[in-house]
Design a protein around this ligand. Sequence first.
Ligand SMILES: [Zn+2]
Length: 147
Amino acid sequence: MFDFDELASTVPFLRFLVIVVLAALVVITLRYMWQRYLIRNQKKHQRDISQRRYIRASDKEAVFERDNYTCQICGISRDYLDDLCPGLGDYLLLEADHIRSVKRGGTGNDIDNLQCLCWRCNRKKGGNKTNQEVRDEIDYGIWYLEE
Ligand SMILES: [Zn+2]
């Protein structure tokens, strides 16, 4: 029938198996908790970044007014285009740029950290260039700034 001696000889192996399974469960649980912690931190970081990147519409308009609707790098402006052809200035796509980029700790809440750029210069500027570096690098074939 049932061999108790054989069962007794398997007990150390079963004990070992239980320990291995328990250890695996502990490791899996710890890894799960660690990854949840990392994901939560990452989400918090992303939320923080997007909050600091945000620029209120009123601030954007104030920046454009202050900079007289003129790109602070290449100097193209609504007035310049309107002089060429009345109404053309409305087609100039201006953007409010973070002078000190969000990734480097700048914020969109501070109007002094914002400047008016045309879309082309803003694409060139990206996150880690200064205005002068972009100015040295671009060649649009025409210069709007009177120097
Ligand atoms: Zn520009």
